[in-house]
Design a protein around this ligand. Structure first.
Ligand code: FUL
Length: 507
């Protein structure tokens, strides 16, 4: 008993000591060492806060809205930019009604047209008819977000098809100045989104981006903002369908981990974009981490547009994703250890289209209908194997964990009358890392336990569709975990229209 207690305390203390979002792998490390190291990697505060947002929104808006294109070439006249009813309060209200917690505006897309009155180029709202050149879309959005308590992020495309300096070092300076403007003048910014597209500029030249100098500007001006996609904090899931991986680890290989990649001072986080093959089917799985040079907390963001295109095109008004499709996307993004980034492009008038607004609101209605009714609440619960139920001093809800470093855990719910369910939710208390490798759902049938579903990773949140089941006895089994699991957000639900979820990642 004392031995178990001691080993539990030692493990707890070592977690505290290793509160870093990366770890080096040494050449002599055994498989066991590497797995333990992987389980000890933890999110930074900004990564954790971002993960908890769950559902975020993208606003693709700009010169393309008025040309019908997806990628402008930087030659379109600013005179085209003239939204007549632009209402950022409406954008925020629509988003808030849909349970969206942060909105990212394309302050500059690849065409180079700036939605704020920048001093770095004439190619901006300053020279547009919109509000006689006095408009500032970013300012207007920032004010609406503040008014309604919505977080805000900026998309600033490094690829700029208008800037004359593109392809020279002067462009790096211009881009840092643009970042400085958007990160200094609009209050708190919670996410900076850098796209991977890098084509030619107006002179036919390509740019060598000075990424670390961009990150320095962001860390200095907005230290709480995550830097996404071409950045150190948030990884692109790898598709634009809204569907993540069945096995999704937030801890992945970082093969460029060295002293230069670690942030100065704190030594707690990696500060350049982790390099490794992030397009693999199981990026953070054993096979991949065992050959890695280092590991980093680099969680997935799952982006998709509510329409076929990223920008608004009137001819797509009949192709807005339905509430059921959006629900399926929610299950496969947030429900697969990702943060959903759902694009809702404003129209030429400068409003979210009524169809989009309607579908978003019905989508939230569906999520509430399902997830506001956790059938396990109030049911009798029993520890079957290794279980300990506790409230951590770090806060949050009660969690399930196992005694000492036992990696298998089983707990059981006994209902007064049969529960009918077809959806399971599980989560991990990721402040302490991501650990679960295999889970099962079991029910008791004729006095024998029968597995009705098996899964792999859990992460921050895992939602799975189960075969429709009716039972009084339900077990959750964590069959394999990298270290003692910390399970939370346990729920069983029933959705009467489950057949409408096809689980297919087509657009
Ligand atoms: C892509 C861009 O090229 C698209 O236009 C869009 O902005 C999407 C979110 O990222 O790479």
């Amino acid at each position: 008993m004392l031995k178990a207690f001691l080993s539990f305390s030692i493990i707890c203390c070592s977690y505290v000591a290793q509160a870093q979002n990366y770890v080096q792998i040494n050449s002599g490390d055994s498989e066991g060492d590497i797995i333990r190291k992987a389980a000890s990697v933890r999110p930074t505060a900004r990564q954790l806060n971002w993960q908890k947002l769950e559902v975020t929104g993208f606003l693709h808006f700009g010169i393309n809205t008025f040309t019908g294109k997806e990628w402008g070439d930087g030659k379109e006249s600013p005179s085209l930019f003239n939204p007549t009813k632009l209402d950022t309060d409406q954008w925020v209200q629509v988003a808030q009604k849909a349970g969206i917690n942060l909105l990212i505006l394309t302050a500059k897309h690849h065409d180079g047209f700036c939605l704020w009155p920048t001093n770095t180029t004439d190619y901006s709202v300053k020279n547009a008819p919109y509000l006689n050149g006095q408009g500032d879309v970013l300012k207007s959005l920032a004010q609406s977000c503040k008014k309604y308590g919505m977080k805000i992020g900026v998309y600033l495309s490094p690829w700029d098809r208008n800037a004359k300096s593109y392809g020279s070092d002067a462009y790096n300076e211009m881009f840092r100045n643009q970042l400085t403007e958007v990160l200094s003048n609009y209050g708190k910014i919670d996410e900076v989104w850098f796209d991977g597209a890098n084509g030619e500029g107006p002179n036919g030249k390509k740019q060598e981006y000075n990424w670390s100098s961009y990150y320095d500007v962001i860390r200095k001006l907005q230290p709480e903002a995550v830097i996404a996609v071409m950045g150190p904090d948030v990884r692109w899931v790898g598709t634009e369908t809204g569907y993540g991986r069945d096995t999704e680890w937030s801890v992945v290989p970082a093969n460029n981990l060295d002293q230069n990649s670690i942030a100065d001072g704190s030594q707690q986080q990696m500060n350049i974009q982790p390099k490794g093959d992030m397009s693999l089917k199981d990026v953070g799985g054993r096979a991949n981490i065992l050959k890695a040079k280092g590991l980093v907390w680099y969680p997935a963001e799952t982006d998709v547009s509510i329409r076929p295109g990223w920008f608004y095109h009137a001819q797509e008004d009949a192709k807005v994703k339905s509430p059921e499709k959006l629900l399926d996307i929610y299950f496969h993004s947030v429900g697969k250890n990702g943060v959903l980034l759902l694009n809702i492009p404003p129209t030429t008038e400068g409003l979210i289209h009524a169809v989009d607004a309607e579908n978003l609101s019905s989508w939230k209605g569906l999520r509430d209908k399902i997830f506001n009714n956790n059938l396990l609440l109030g049911q009798e619960v029993k520890l079957v194997k290794n279980g300990v139920r506790k409230k951590l001093k770090e806060g949050g809800e009660q969690i399930w964990t196992s005694k000492s470093d036992d990696k298998e855990l089983i707990f059981e719910y006994k209902a007064k009358s049969p529960l009918r369910f077809n959806v399971l939710q599980l989560g991990e208390f990721i402040q302490w890392g991501q650990r679960v490798e295999k889970f099962e759902v079991q029910i008791r049938n004729n006095n024998a336990w029968q597995t009705i579903k098996e899964g792999t990773t859990v992460g921050y949140k895992r939602i799975v569709v189960l075969p429709e089941t009716s039972s009084t006895h339900i077990r959750i089994k964590i069959a394999q975990s990298r270290l003692a699991p910390f399970v939370d957000k346990v729920g069983l639900y029933y959705y009467d229209d489950i057949v409408k979820l096809d689980g297919k990642a087509h657009k």
